[in-house]
Design a protein around this ligand. Structure first.
Ligand code: GLA
Length: 690
C-alpha cells in the first residue's frame, strides 16, 4: 500500500506489519523518515515536519538523514552515487516529479542531462529499492551507483549479523557489536563469492531467535558487490550497498544511454531472527524464485562418486540404482564433454565426448527417462581451459590484460561474456545442447574468480565487471524462455553464487561442496537466515566422507541432515550394500512425504547446531515436521526436550511416529523428547494438527 501526503512530498509504503516513509524538504532534500512498525500518513507527516539538526561547523546537517546521499555538497558520508561529468565531480540534483505505477513509486531527479530515478516497491514486508540513471547530456562516468542507502532509527547498541565463509565452509553465521566507523563486506571476485552472502541483519535491544526487532538487507546481484554498514559520529546507522567493490568506475553513459542498478531489498521484522527469516523466505517464494509452488524432485548427482572418470555404462548403472531408490532426477556432472577427462582440458567445448558418449547424450538421457527419472547435466559456460578447441580458436575471447600473464585457477580462464560474439557462441552451444537431447535440468557452475579483468580494444574495459553479470542473466533468461521445461541450478564451487539476483532465474542452488552432514548443519543454519529450504540443495554422500574429512556417520544422520533442504543423493551407489540401498529407499520415501512441508513451510530454528542437540521445525497448514540431530551426548544425561514453535496452543497434535497426541501449549512450553542418544543420532518427527 502506498499513501501520499504533504502536498505530494511525503510518501508512505506499508506492508502487512511494517511501514517505510520518506519526504522532500522545501529545498528538495530527500529525507528518510521511518522504517519499522506500521504507521499512518499523519505519523509520517509529523516526522516530515521535524527540523534538521542545528547547524554546527565541522558537521553535516544531512549526514545520516538522507535517503540516497549523492556525492558533493555538505556531506561526509560514503556517497551512494558518485559520477563525473565533463571532469566535474558529484551531483547537484533537483526534484522533477514522482510517479506511481503498479505499486511502484518512482522519484525522479535531474542534474543537468542526467536523470536519476529512485524506485520503491513493497512486497509483503520487504521494501525493494533500486535506482535508474538516464543520460541525455554529455558522457557521464559512473564511479559508483549504489542501489540504496538504508537508515536505521536512532538507538543504542546495534549488533550486526552476517554470514561469512570460504570454499566448503560457506554461510557461517556471526553476530558482533557494531561500533563507530564502517564495516564493509562484499566481493571483488566477479561473482557473489563464498566469503559472504550479500545480506546483513541488524538488531538492537537483544533480539532473540523469536523476539525483537531485526532489520535485514539483501542485494540481488551475482557479481562484484559491496555492502557498507556505517555507524556515523552521531551514532546513526546507515547501510549502503550495490554493485562494485571499489569506486574505480563501473561504466560510462553516453547521451541516450541508461543504467539500472539491481534491487537492494530491506526487511523489518519484530519476530526476532526467526521471524525475519520466515519473512525473507515467504518473500522469495512469492516474488523471486521461479515456480516456487512446485516442490523440487529428489536428485542424484554422480560427482563425488566418479569425479571425471565417467562412462555411459557406469552412469547407466548408477541411474538404475538411483531409480530403484526413488530418485526422480539423475544428473551427470562434469566430464561428459570435449576432452574433459580432468580439470586440465575441455571447458568451452560443449559437445559430448565421442569416446565416452559415442552417440551423444540422447541414449543415456532416454534410458534415464525410461527409468522414470528426469535427466540433467553439468555445464560451466563462462569458462574455458587453455587446452580446448574454443581457446585455440579464440584466445582473445577471455578476460586478459595485454602483455600480462593470464592467471589460471583450476587450469581455466574466464571468458569475456561482455563480448557479443562470446554471448552468441554460448547461446548457440547451449541451445543446441538442450535441443539435442531430452534434458530437464542444468547445473550451471562457475569455478574461479576474475583476476585479469581486461578487455583490449574496448575504450572503457572495466565495464566488463557489470556486463558479464548482465550477459549471464540474459543468457539464462533466454535459455529459460526457449526451454521452459528445463530447471537450472546455480553452483559456483558450491555456494559461490547465491543471491537474490541468480535466484530469480534458477530453481535451486548448490549450497556447498561440503557434504559432510555435520558441517552442513552449520552451513544450512547460516543459509536459512536469508534463503528458504526450497532452494537449498543437500546431498547424502558416502561415509567415511571422501571429499573432506573421512568422518564416519550413519545413513540416518546423513539423510536427516540433507532432508532439511532439497534432498539429493551423491554417494557412490555402486559401493552401497543392499541393506544401505534398502534403507536409503525408505529415507527417500519419507522425504517425499514431508518435502512440501520442508520446502514450502515456515521454518523455526529450534536449536542452533552448537555441539549437542540441534533441531529445525517446519509448519505448513496442519502439518508439522521436526528434524533433530544429536552430535554428542554427554554424562549419560537424557537429551533436553524440544520446545516447538508456531503451533496453536489450544489445539492438539498427533505424532505420526508414536501415535501419541500432544497439546500445542504443552509442546511449545514444555517440549517433547526427540528420543536421541549417543553420537550422531538424528530423528524425523511428524505431527498433524487434529
Ligand atoms: C564444482 C562443483 C562440484 C562439481 C565440480 C565439477 O566444484 O561445486 O559440485 O560439479 O565443480 O568439476
Amino acid at each position: 500500500m502506498l499513501e501520499i501526503g504533504g502536498d505530494g512530498r511525503t510518501w508512505l509504503l506499508s506492508g502487512p506489519t511494517s511501514s517505510y516513509a520518506l519526504s522532500l524538504t522545501e529545498d528538495d532534500t530527500l529525507l528518510h523518515l521511518h522504517w519499522g512498525p506500521r504507521i499512518g500518513l499523519a505519523d509520517a507527516e509529523v516526522l516530515a515536519d521535524r527540523p534538521l539538526p542545528p547547524y554546527r561547523g565541522f558537521e553535516s546537517q544531512l549526514d545520516g538523514l538522507e535517503e540516497y546521499p549523492v556525492e558533493g555538497g555538505p556531506r561526509f558520508v560514503r556517497p551512494a552515487l558518485s559520477v563525473r561529468t565533463d571532469g566535474i565531480r558529484g551531483t547537484e540534483w533537483t526534484f522533477s516529479a514522482y510517479e506511481v505505477e503498479d505499486d511502484e513509486l518512482r522519484l525522479r531527479f535531474a542534474d543537468g542531462g542526467l536523470g536519476i530515478t529512485l524506485h520503491y516497491r513493497m512486497r509483503h514486508d520487504v521494501v525493494e529499492r533500486w535506482v535508474t540513471l538516464a543520460n541525455e547530456g554529455s558522457a557521464v562516468e559512473v564511479l559508483r551507483a549504489d542501489s540504496a542507502t538504508w537508515t536505521l532509527p536512532l538507538r543504542e547498541d546495534w549488533r550486526l549479523s552476517q554470514v561469512h565463509g570460504r570454499w566448503a565452509a560457506e554461510s557461517q553465521l556471526v553476530r558482533t557489536d557494531l561500533t563507530y566507523g564502517e564495516q564493509v563486506i562484499g566481493s571483488r571476485r566477479g561473482h557473489t563469492g563464498h566469503q559472504h552472502l550479500p545480506w546483513v541483519a541488524l538488531d538492537t535491544e537483544g533480539a532473540t531467535e523469536e523476539r525483537g526487532e531485526v532489520y535485514g538487507c539483501a542485494l540481488a546481484w551475482s557479481g562484484t558487490w559491496r555492502v557498507c554498514v556505517a555507524q556515523l559520529p552521531d551514532a546513526r546507522v546507515q547501510i549502503t550497498g550495490g554493485i562494485g567493490y571499489d569506486d574505480s568506475g563501473l561504466l560510462r553513459l553516453e547521451a541516450g544511454e541508461s543504467y539500472t542498478t539491481p534491487v537492494f531489498a530491506g526487511l523489518w521484522s519484530d519476530g526476532g531472527f526467526g521471524g525475519a527469516s520466515r519473512a525473507w523466505h515467504a518473500y522469495q517464494r512469492a516474488y523471486v524464485i521461479p515456480h516456487a509452488e512446485q516442490d523440487r524432485p529428489v536428485l542424484y548427482n554422480s560427482w563425488e562418486a566418479t569425479e571425471f572418470d565417467i562412462s555411459e555404462d557406469q552412469q547407466r548403472e548408477l541411474a538404475r540404482r538411483a531409480a530403484a531408490m526413488g530418485v526422480e532426477l539423475f544428473v551427470v556432472d562434469d566430464g561428459w564433454f570435449g576432452k574433459r577427462t580432468s580439470d586440465r582440458a575441455g571447458l568451452g567445448d560443449w559437445t559430448p565426448n565421442p569416446d565416452r558418449f559415442p552417440a551423444g547424450l540422447k541414449p543415456l538421457a532416454e534410458d534415464v527417462r525410461a527409468l522414470g527419472m528426469q535427466f540433467g547435466i553439468w555445464v560451466e559456460p563462462e569458462m574455458v581451459n587453455a587446452d580446448s578447441d574454443l581457446y585455440r580458436a579464440h584466445p582473445d575471447w577471455v578476460q586478459f590484460q595485454p602483455g600480462r600473464k593470464r592467471t589460471e585457477f583450476r587450469n581455466q580462464l574466464v571468458l569475456n561474456l561482455a563480448r557479443e560474439d562470446v554471448q552468441e557462441y554460448l547461446w548457440e552451444k547451449l541451445d543446441n545442447l538442450l535441443s539435442g537431447a531430452p534434458i530437464d535440468y542444468v547445473k550451471w557452475d562457475f569455478n574461479r574468480c576474475f583476476t585479469d579483468a581486461g578487455w583490449p580494444g574496448e575504450p572503457y574495459p572495466q565495464k566488463l565487471w557489470v556486463e558479464h553479470v548482465h550477459a549471464f542473466y540474459r543468457l539464462l533468461d533466454r535459455l529459460r524462455a526457449a526451454h521452459p521445461g528445463v530447471a537450472f541450478e546455480s553452483c559456483s564451487g558450491g555456494g559461490g553464487r547465491i543471491d537474490l539476483g541468480v535466484m530469480a532465474r534458477t530453481d535451486q542452488v548448490w549450497t556447498s561442496d561440503n557434504t559432510d552432514p555435520l558441517d552442513r548443519l552449520a552451513i544450512q543454519h547460516g543459509f536459512s537466515q536469508i534463503h528458504p529450504a526450497r532452494v537449498m540443495a543437500a546431498w547424502v554422500t558416502d561415509s567415511p566422507n571422501t571429499q573432506l574429512n573421512d568422518r564416519v556417520s550413519s545413513l540416518r544422520f546423513r539423510f536427516v541432515s540433507a532432508m532439511a533442504g532439497v534432498l539429493g543423493v551423491g554417494g557412490d551407489l555402486a559401493k552401497w550394500s543392499e541393506e544401505e540401498l534398502a534403507e536409503a529407499r525408505e529415507w527417500v520415501e519419507l522425504y517425499k512425504e514431508i518435502r512440501s512441508v520442508v520446502q514450502r513451510g515456515d521454518l523455526f530454528r529450534l536449536r542452533p547446531p552448537a555441539g549437542g542437540l540441534s533441531a529445525v521445525q517446519y509448519v505448513l497448514d496442519d502439518e508439522v515436521v521436526v528434524l533433530a540431530w544429536l552430535q554428542a551426548q554427554h554424562y549419560g544425561e537424557p537429551v533436553a526436550p524440544l520446545r516447538l514453535q508456531g503451533l496453536e496452543p489450544t489445539k492438539t497434535y498427533e505424532c505420526r511416529e508414536s501415535g501419541e497426541v500432544h497439546r500445542g501449549a504443552v509442546l511449545m512450553h514444555h517440549g517433547m523428547p526427540a528420543g536421541l542418544r549417543g553420537d550422531f543420532d538424528a530423528a524425523v518427527i511428524r505431527l498433524r494438527r487434529i
